[in-house]
Design a protein around this ligand. Structure first.
Ligand code: NAP
Length: 304
């Protein structure tokens, strides 16, 4: 079994930054990533709050982070960590391909999209239902779409689609958006329609999505024609089941509890980024990844 000082699980911004730090510290380390490196960061159409870049697409920023991390350690993509158990002097990590030993682990699995849970959502996935405008928006140029949700992601997706020449209607379950003020101001100057105080009850179609059933607060239902439905209603911790055989404290929202050193409740297990909750911003994930890597290094040095 290959043995490491530190194994990082998840190659989003937190994991990649942790990897840059563990590698530069000289720790023998590895990043495991179940799909491709980048995490949800890959889906951000453009961001204007990552220091050093006035405006940059998530895809470009994440590919720069990946390239930088690869200078210092290996990233094993398409290799999913399936189980982690405590063994003597460290941890045994079972993946879809093999087993590894690590003296310390950093959990940076990030988050996954929350599903709306209505009839048609699963059936039309990739056939009109999407969770990522950056990935799929281009297929809807000159077509009608509905974006569900009232947070930052929803408004950002709506703006991205509108810029592509897509006809966009935002459907939100409340009267007010929770998205930041600047995004609310931005959509006012766009040709984006808004249907407030309404829930999606069903997504309908034949081979592809054709319409949605909306229900208002009074229970009145109506059918609206659409070619696509972009679901942007927040996220949930990803792969949290990996913590089940470890003595790690989770909060009420199933997020990993950490202290200021990014230490979890279990010795030599650290966590960083969106999976720990808090302010879900790329710059925060990177900062926490750096702290987690430094804490792991210091703690391993202290037992030498
Ligand atoms: P979010 O802020 O949690 O917003 C989710 C939205 O979906 C809310 O409007 C919520 O409605 C709605 N919603 C939740 N469940 C629903 C359901 N079952 N049916 C209908 N609507 C539902 O999620 P997010 O926009 O993905 O953002 C997640 C985090 O990332 C936030 O911390 C956000 O600030 C951050 N983020 C930041 C940026 C940026 O800085 N520009 C961009 C994207 C994301 P209610 O309002 O009624 O609860």
């Amino acid at each position: 079994m290959e043995s490491y000082d530190i194994i990082i699980v998840g190659a989003g911004p937190a994991g990649l930054t942790a990897g840059i730090y563990t590698g530069r510290q000289g720790s023998k380390s590895l990043i495991l990533e179940k799909t491709i490196a980048g995490g949800l960061g890959l889906e951000i159409p453009s961001m204007g709050n990552y220091p050093g870049f006035e405006l940059i697409s998530g895809m470009i920023l994440m590919s720069k982070m990946k390239q930088q991390a690869q200078k210092f350690l290996e990233i094993k993509e398409n290799e999913s960590a399936e189980n982690i158990i405590k063994v003597e002097n460290g941890f045994e990590i079972t993946t879809t391909k093999t087993k590894y030993f690590a003296k310390a682990i950093i959990l940076t699995m990030g988050r996954k999209h929350r599903k709306i849970g209505v009839t048609g959502e699963e059936k039309f996935l990739g056939l009109g239902v999407s969770y990522c405008a950056t990935c799929d928006g281009i297929f809807y140029k000159d077509k009608k779409t509905i974006v569900i949700g009232g947070g930052n992601s929803s408004l950002q997706e709506a703006i991205f689609l509108d810029n592509l020449g897509v006809d966009v209607t935002i459907v939100h379950r409340r009267e007010e958006f929770r998205a930041e003020h600047y995004l609310q101001e931005k959509i006012k100057n766009k040709n984006i329609k808004i249907i407030p105080s309404s829930n999606i009850k069903e997504i309908k179609g034949d081979k592809f999505v054709k319409s949605v059933i909306l229900e208002d607060k009074k229970g009145n239902q109506r059918e609206i024609k659409t070619d696509g439905v972009f679901v942007a209603i927040g996220s949930l911790p990803s792969s949290i089941e990996l913590t089940k055989n470890l003595n790690i404290k989770l909060d009420d929202a199933n997020q990993i509890v950490t202290d200021k050193k990014q230490e979890t409740s279990m010795l030599f297990v650290y966590s960083a980024g969106d999976i720990t909750g808090g302010l879900q911003q790329l710059v925060v994930a990177c900062g926490e990844g750096a702290i987690a890597a430094t804490s792991a290094y210091n703690d391993l040095e202290n037992i030498k």
